[in-house]
Design a protein around this ligand. Sequence first.
Ligand SMILES: [Zn+2]
Length: 86
Amino acid sequence: MSVSSIKPRPRLRSLSCPRCGKKAVLQRILYGLPSEEFDHDRYISGGCVVSDDSPEIACVKCGWAGFRDPMTGEVVDVEETELWEK
Ligand SMILES: [Zn+2]
């Protein structure tokens, strides 16, 4: 696989949430205890427990959580996942 054939991944903020459709609401989830420098404008705290199928990104508006396609960077809508209870 040639590296030069991979297009730059779209910025996370340019993608829209697959559930609520809003833009600039998706943020990366960081797992583990947030440090004092934790950047809440860029990241969502996913808590201490992480597993192989823990979501990678989440919507700050509706709580949708899911993944990005590793090749295209597009949002992958998986089965209904909630980052937090509503
Ligand atoms: Zn949303």
